[in-house]
Design a protein around this ligand. Structure first.
Ligand SMILES: [Fe+2]
Length: 178
């Protein structure tokens, strides 16, 4: 049984404020990419989808004179660090298991290396899936952050994702029992 559903996650004011700030449509697309990739890479789809859905929850708005200031962003951004912490707090508040909340937070922390000193990170399969899911939805000039979606459509897609994950978990449980 999953302790926290996507529909619950969506309705929380923290998600409404911060996931909407960086793009609800992007978050949902990434969660769906993560579901597909998790199946390919043999990763827990609930962890992958939650990390993908929340991966940009730590973004700050780096604007100057009404326009996105890429230089300011590049120099000062720590959205992966902030996002890992914010997502962790949110998941714990909603009742997620601390072990799972930690795994999700780590995947968010490592979904990008843009804020880290040069060098290669060695990612776990879960962390890799989340980074790939983000890349899969990326558009030139950061346009993926500006795609829009209605609340109604968002809830519909997230309820469907809950169902898909529940089905996979039930199948796995059934296979383990035979
Ligand atoms: Fe992203």
């Amino acid at each position: 049984m999953r302790r926290v559903s996507f529909v619950e996650l969506f309705k929380h004011p923290i998600t409404q404020k911060y996931v909407k700030r960086s793009g609800m449509a992007h978050a949902i697309s990434c969660a769906y990419h993560a579901f597909r990739l998790a199946r390919i890479h043999g990763v827990d789809p609930d962890l992958a989808c939650k990390a993908a859905f929340l991966h940009d929850i730590g973004h700050y708005t780096w604007y100057s004179n009404g326009n996105w200031d890429f230089e300011l962003y590049k120099e000062n951004d720590i959205h992966a660090i902030k996002g890992a912490e914010r997502a962790h707090k949110l998941l714990i508040r909603l009742g997620e298991h601390p072990k799972r909340a930690k795994e999700i937070a780590l995947a968010i922390l490592l979904h990008t290396d843009s804020y880290l000193p040069e060098g290669e990170l060695e990612l776990s399969p879960l962390q890799k899936v989340v980074a790939l899911a983000d890349e899969a939805d990326e558009e030139p000039n950061g346009d993926h952050h500006y795609k829009t979606i209605s609340d109604e459509k968002a809830i519909q897609l997230l309820a469907k994702l809950d169902q898909l994950i529940n089905n996979v978990q039930n199948e796995d449980r059934w296979q383990q029992s035979v």
